[in-house]
Design a binder for this molecule. Structure first.
Ligand SMILES: Cc1cc2nc3c(=O)[nH]c(=O)nc-3n(C[C@H](O)[C@H](O)[C@H](O)COP(=O)(O)O)c2cc1C
Length: 165
């Protein structure tokens, strides 16, 4: 069984999460492929029976590339062993709401694992506009990481169990 983690990131947090997730999916490791939607060509989804989608949230929205990818492949994704995660700074109900906005209901219902992995603020990596937006929303915002190793590991275990390993 081949697994692909398809992710969309602005400043690398979602990629970091994808790499950690791949390491936790240790039984599958040799067969797990990572695809950065912003850099790599869309692969043939038919090559994979297990698909994990990951995206960060900016201004309440899933990454545009992820939105387009889902729109183009929604029907095919329905037939996959699906996992879904987001990276974001909001927590609790706000994060859940963003997750619901990020992925269509059909996919969420079909998903065998769902994850809210947390996020990072790294001001050195942000452009002027991003810094401006973040400071406007939270004047006290500073470099921080809430990326949760625990949540990523939990997701990996659930996903592995559900795909029958
Ligand atoms: C300009 C900007 C807007 C953001 N908007 C949101 C938001 O609406 N909700 C949220 O939970 N996190 C928000 N975040 C936090 C990001 O989701 C977080 O920084 C995440 O780690 C980014 O992941 P990436 O580097 O993979 O894109 C925002 C961050 C930036 C820089």
């Amino acid at each position: 069984m081949k697994t692909v983690i398809i992710y969309a990131t602005s400043r690398g947090t979602t990629e970091k999460a994808a790499q950690k997730l791949m390491n936790y999916l240790n039984h599958l490791q040799s067969k797990v492929t990572l695809i950065n939607l912003k850099k790599e060509k869309i692969m043939n989804l038919a090559d994979y029976d297990s698909v994990i989608l990951g995206s960060s949230i900016h201004a309440g929205m899933v990454q545009g590339k992820m939105k387009k990818f889902i729109k183009a492949h929604q029907e095919e994704l329905q037939s996959k062993k699906l996992g879904l995660y987001i990276c974001c700074m909001y927590e609790g109900d706000k994060a859940k709401l963003q997750f619901e906005m990020a992925y269509p209901e059909q996919l969420r219902k079909n998903a065998v694992a769902s994850g809210l992995f947390g996020g990072e603020f790294d001001f050195a990596k942000m452009n002027f506009l991003e810094k401006f937006i973040v400071k406007k929303v939270d004047g006290n915002a500073k470099d921080i990481s809430t990326l949760s190793e625990e949540e990523i590991e939990k997701f990996a275990k659930t996903y592995n169990d559900c795909i029958g390993r």
